[in-house]
Ligand binder design. Sequence first.
Ligand code: TYM
Length: 329
Amino acid sequence: METVVSGIRSTGNLHLGNYFGALTNFSRMQYENKCYFFIADYHSLTTHPTPSDLHGHVRQVISEYLACGLDPEAATIYIQSDLNEVAELYLLLNMIAYVGELERTTTFKEKVRLQPDNVNAGLLTYPVLMAADIIIHKASKVPVGKDQEPHLEMTRKFARRFNNMYNVNYFPEPEAYNFGRSLVKVPGLDGTGKMGKTEGNGIFLVDDEKTIRKKVMAAVTDSGPVEQNQEMSEPIKNLFTIMEFVSDPSVIDYFREKYNSCEIRYGELKKQLAHDLNLFIEPIREKIYAISSDDEYLRKVVKTGAEKARESAVKTLGEVRELIGFKPF
Ligand code: TYM
């Protein structure tokens, strides 16, 4: 049995990238391992949400987690800011994280490029907080998408550095994990890059049929192949990649053949993709609506989750303080 930790920032509704990167196959995962899934609301503060947006997003993400099949009886589901111990471990790890290595992290450099007006210290130390989230439960596996690999690398570095500094073998070095498959990057509908919350290129788990159709029909394509077996352009490759997540293999083969023989009509492909996406999302969407209106259930899940998660966090933090040399008089 492994200890598994995974988190999602509460910055908006979940999309297909989140689902296939971090949320699939809960059923096997949670009954065979010790799982902690949390909502990273401290992390979301780097984007400066209003108090009501912050709360609303946390509530939404919990409902979405549960709708994706997370079972609060089997796994521990909690809100990051309910564990003070995470904040304290973050402080302690900041002492062994070097500014130079944080500045060199690819995800930080990307943020600096995208939001030059809000390069706060929380962004710089984002990987330290993420490491604290993971090692507070001494996890060995972390379900994430491909974009999180650099953060996992940093987590291993901090865990190793702590062990070396205090001459112990205390923290495991956790690995990124996607339920036994290789890590994924779900592309967006805008032709390049990954599906994201803020990029306006995503299909959300709450999207209704009409919204899905509208988004897919507006997806970027090209002017079509002009010779047989022509290499696909990135936007077309991306549409096929999304199809691979939700469509039947025979459907994908059909459109691949049409592409290779230059007979493809992108309108037909998009209609099929929109249909398959809706079939996939519909049951999740319905569950999200049912769960998010059940206040009492949500309150119970969050309370029980915080209690269970705190038990493990308090134990780790106590041991860490002792290893560092904090002692009672
Ligand atoms: P966030 O909210 O940005 O992403 C949550 C998860 O969704 C995955 N993901 C994707 N996977 C594949 N294709 C995509 N297009 C795509 N977009 C998002 C991300 O890889 C991630 O697994 N920093 C984390 C939150 C976090 C965390 C943690 C995760 C904070 N502490 C500790 C694991 C363990 C993040 O990126 O959230």
